[in-house]
Design a protein around this ligand. Structure first.
Ligand SMILES: [Zn+2]
Length: 352
């Protein structure tokens, strides 16, 4: 987490102008980022990120420079240069660009698309979510190790088999960290929670045509490819790892959801760090269907400027069938452009 004063973020204000605009006003920015106001009084408190008791405090110059400290997860040993921006990155779990976008939105700095908003209200939900995660801690380390073991077991041959059977490019499967479980005779895909930890595994048996999940209570999650960088202009959100890999195979930036509505919060959190201008939901008639897609779209309505819902064109019945047929990226984009922008339903109106 380092940067220089001349960080060449395309079309963004300079770091120097961000720091000038925020000097003396960091308290509010950090509160919006997710640190509860009472924790910024300079006394020791539980940490808003790792939850540890009595290890977090704000430095005396928190208003001027936004500096905070956690004995365990945010200090000189864990980050190069503690300042307001790195503090914000830390508490939001965001990359440098996303933290700057959030600041720029807050202080209305020129040079940003006016409609690109990092939703502030979401951080409240996230604190609750983080608390729930900590209570469950830590099955995730085990499942992460299991996922790594499965990845190691996915030989080149296995990868080729998966790629051939599903008509997907090998690199897109690798970006989703595909693995192989001999005991289940199934391919495996790790799911992550909003904090980037492995929270479960999706298994796929090509022989039996079945999918199922491992991961105890935490079987909801996101399939996030390696190398997805923020901000993305248009982000595709597909149901499950196969549809996500099909998008990636066409060169479309994509994350997969585990298809459940419980994914909402995870998705909101992920979108906050990816800052997409537009989200495109790819939804099948099967699975969560259009109704489920709409509900999920509603839940992230504040996370990007526009949202589109795309269903597979005739004669295809599923997104992966459509994408892995002769479709090209241009075909898909044309189809997306033809879809009207989905608008949030009025609250109180009857669900259709
Ligand atoms: Zn901490």
């Amino acid at each position: 987490m380092t940067y220089s004063e001349e960080t060449p973020l395309p079309s963004l204000p300079s770091v120097a102008s961000l720091l000038s605009a925020t000097h003396g006003k960091w308290r509010d920015a950090l509160i919006d980022g997710g640190i509860p106001a009472p924790k910024l009084d300079g006394e020791r408190h539980s940490c808003p990120r790792c939850g540890g008791w009595n290890r977090f405090y704000a430095l005396p110059d928190v208003d001027q420079h936004g500096r905070v400290h956690c004995d365990r997860c945010f200090n000189a040993a864990t980050v190069v240069g503690v300042d307001g921006i790195t503090s914000l990155q830390w508490v939001m779990g965001a990359d440098f660009g996303s933290a700057c976008i959030s600041l720029s939105n807050r202080y209305d700095l020129p040079g940003f698309p006016a409609n690109l908003r990092v939703p502030i209200a979401i951080t409240k939900t996230l604190q609750e979510y983080a608390a729930a995660l900590r209570a469950e801690d830590p099955p995730s380390t085990d499942i992460a190790q299991i996922s790594l073991d499965f990845q190691a077991a996915a030989t080149e041959e296995k990868l080729r088999e998966c790629s051939r059977c599903l008509n997907l490019q090998e690199p897109s499967l690798q970006r989703l960290e595909v693995g192989w479980s001999q005991s289940h005779e199934a391919f495996t895909f790790p799911m992550e929670d909003g904090w980037g930890r492995v929270s479960g595994l999706r298994l796929l048996s090509l022989k039996r045509g079945e999918t199922w999940s491992l991961g105890g209570a935490a079987t909801e999650g996101l399939f996030v490819p390696i190398g997805l960088v923020a901000p993305t202009s248009r982000l595709y959100i597909a149901e499950g790892p196969v549809a996500a890999a099909a998008c990636l195979s066409l060169g479309l930036p994509c994350i997969g959801s585990s298809g459940r509505l419980q994914c909402e919060t995870l998705l909101q959190y992920k979108l906050m760090t990816l800052c997409p201008m537009e989200c495109v939901f790819m939804t099948d008639q099967t699975g969560m269907g259009i109704g489920g897609g709409r509900e999920l779209a509603d839940s992230i309505a504040n996370c990007s400027r526009s949202i589109r819902l795309v269903v597979p064109p005739k004669p295809y019945s599923t997104i992966s069938e459509w994408l892995t047929s002769s479709s090209t990226r241009a075909d898909v984009e044309e189809q997306v452009e033809a879809c009207t922008v989905y608008s949030r339903r009025e609250s109180g109106s009857s669900a259709s």
